[in-house]
Design a binder for this molecule. Structure first.
Ligand SMILES: [Zn+2]
Length: 495
């Protein structure tokens, strides 16, 4: 397989040529959402980033097994080893069964991802469905001597592990600094050291999410699920593990430690991390009032938004930055993306209006082929989508010049331009053509209803009550609500 994809490996801190373990297959694992709240921008970015990778690897001819988990147990409120389980807390506040919380927000997550045209992964395993595998992993780590039991809980012995391996290999942190800076939290005195992390936690009497284990009735530590499930579905060693940069420490550092400790070798070949999102230059946070969820973007219902933004505007905006750069959301920036994307889609629509030159003259030889080759180079350079987008704009300018009669195009140029947009804008960047599928068809539909109601007005003026009533009654039967006004009429479709 001919493939020159270079990806930035967080582990080695450099771009490396991607080579899969099995020649034509790729195992990809991405940390998915903890489903206790509405999906927001922080969910959209990794989902879109690894969707691009999934699409591109598939385009390169790989058969990709893409695993993206659902965290439905074990993720505690303060992200460390104390506090309430995030899902159990939400269930308590809303008086629901924890799995009702999980299902409700998982449905909302899927709906938002579909709107963003993020392809579903091959497997979407739930942490709560893999308790047996997680208990086995704790046993393996205990057996290798890198964990200890304390009061019914099991903790990973970071100091002991670090003597043989290297804790901090991914995040660049070192254990001495961590020991000096981590403070002892309440309820953690059962740990030997503050940096030790929980593999299994004994459940307190009021904790409802609990399973039997050799140590106690309890629940798995947050980091355990990804190590256990990636091993189950992708093997002890697999190709790519992805997630947001905020997961590098402690989550991914702990995943590495767990797989090293249990198997004696590294489990992941390439670690990839997308950067974070800020809103108006500030970190997103519930307390800062700038925490905008995806439904609010789509509907324009957050006070910081001056309008609603189509899911494709959000997707395009995220792709206009390289995945390892930060992205700052603002109304101005989103409106610029909205206009930019509309320009590209209009240019694509205009290709069909181009007339091939009768004399067979065309664009400079190789012009479109060159754009295509340069765009592939950009994808191969660690998925450089902003560069790909700049070439799409270049193609759009060419189309507009040809449309204005400033350039001649051949039939072959027209086909190549079409193929170029199809591959990069639609297949690889995953943009859907809303001009075609959404707004445009609605516009035609609305015009047709207006036309019928105009006919009804004319019928009324002619005192042709039979026709006017027939139009009104039949539209009403179809679910339309029609109101006569001074200016004429208003209508809406009740569904
Ligand atoms: Zn994870």
């Amino acid at each position: 397989m001919k493939n020159q994809l270079f990806i930035y490996n967080t582990l080695t801190r450099k771009k490396e040529l991607f080579e899969s373990i099995i020649p034509d297959r790729v195992g990809l694992y991405v940390c998915g959402p903890t489903v206790y709240g509405d999906p927001h921008l922080g969910h959209a970015r990794p989902a879109i980033t690894f969707d691009i990778l999934f699409r591109y690897l598939t385009h390169c001819g790989y058969k990709v097994r893409y695993v993206r988990n659902i965290t439905d147990v074990g993720h505690l409120v303060n992200d460390a080893d104390s506090g309430e389980d995030k899902i159990a807390k939400k269930a308590r506040l809303d008086d629901l069964e924890p799995m009702e919380v999980v299902q409700y927000y998982l449905n909302r997550y899927h709906k938002a991802m579909e709107a963003l045209n993020v392809l579903p992964p091959s497997i979407e395993p739930h942490a709560s469905g893999h308790i047996i595998e997680q208990i086995q992993l704790v046993k393996d780590i205990l057996e290798q001597g890198f964990a200890y039991e304390s009061e019914g809980s099991v903790y990973f012995d970071v100091e002991k592990y670090d003597k043989q391996y290297h804790y901090g290999v991914l995040s660049g942190r070192n254990i001495e600094d961590m020991l000096n800076t981590t403070r002892e939290l309440d309820g953690q005195e059962e740990k030997r050291k503050s940096i030790d992390f929980a593999l299994w936690k004994k459940a307190s009497p009021e904790h409802i999410m609990r399973w039997p284990s050799p140590w106690s009735d309890g629940f798995p530590g947050w980091h355990l699920e990804c190590t256990a499930m990636s091993k189950k579905y992708l093997g002890e060693v697999f190709d790519i593990h992805g997630g947001g940069m905020d997961l590098i420490f402690p989550h991914h550092e702990c995943e590495i430690a767990q797989s090293m400790a249990s198997t004696g070798h590294e489990g992941v070949r390439y670690w990839m991390h997308n950067n974070m999102i800020t809103v108006n230059g500030q970190k997103m946070g519930k307390s800062l009032g700038n925490f905008i969820n995806l439904a609010q973007f789509f509907e324009g219902t957050h006070e910081l938004l001056t309008q609603s933004y189509a899911p494709m505007t959000i997707r395009f905006f995220i792709l206009q930055a390289h995945y390892r750069s930060t992205v700052d959301f603002s109304n101005e920036a989103l409106q610029a993306s909205e206009k930019g994307l509309a320009r590209l889609l209009e240019a694509f629509e205009a290709i069909d209006k181009l007339q091939p030159s009768l004399l067979g003259e065309g664009l400079k030889e190789g012009l479109v082929a060159d754009l295509l080759a340069k765009s592939l180079d950009a994808m191969n350079d660690d998925l450089n989508t902003p560069i790909v987008i700049s070439y799409l704009f270049e193609a759009a300018r060419t189309i507009n010049s040809a449309l204005a009669g400033q350039m001649q195009v051949s039939a072959e140029d027209i086909q190549q331009l079409k193929d170029f947009f199809q591959l990069f804008l639609f297949d690889l960047l995953g943009i859907t053509n809303e001009l075609k599928s959404g707004n445009a068809s609605y516009e035609s539909f609305a015009k047709a209803v207006d036309m019928l109601l105009q006919l009804r007005m004319q019928a009324k003026q002619n005192k042709d009550w039979a026709t006017s009533d027939k139009i009104r009654n039949e539209l009403t039967a179809l679910g339309f609500e029609i109101k006569d006004t001074k200016e004429g009429f208003e209508w809406k479709l009740n569904q």
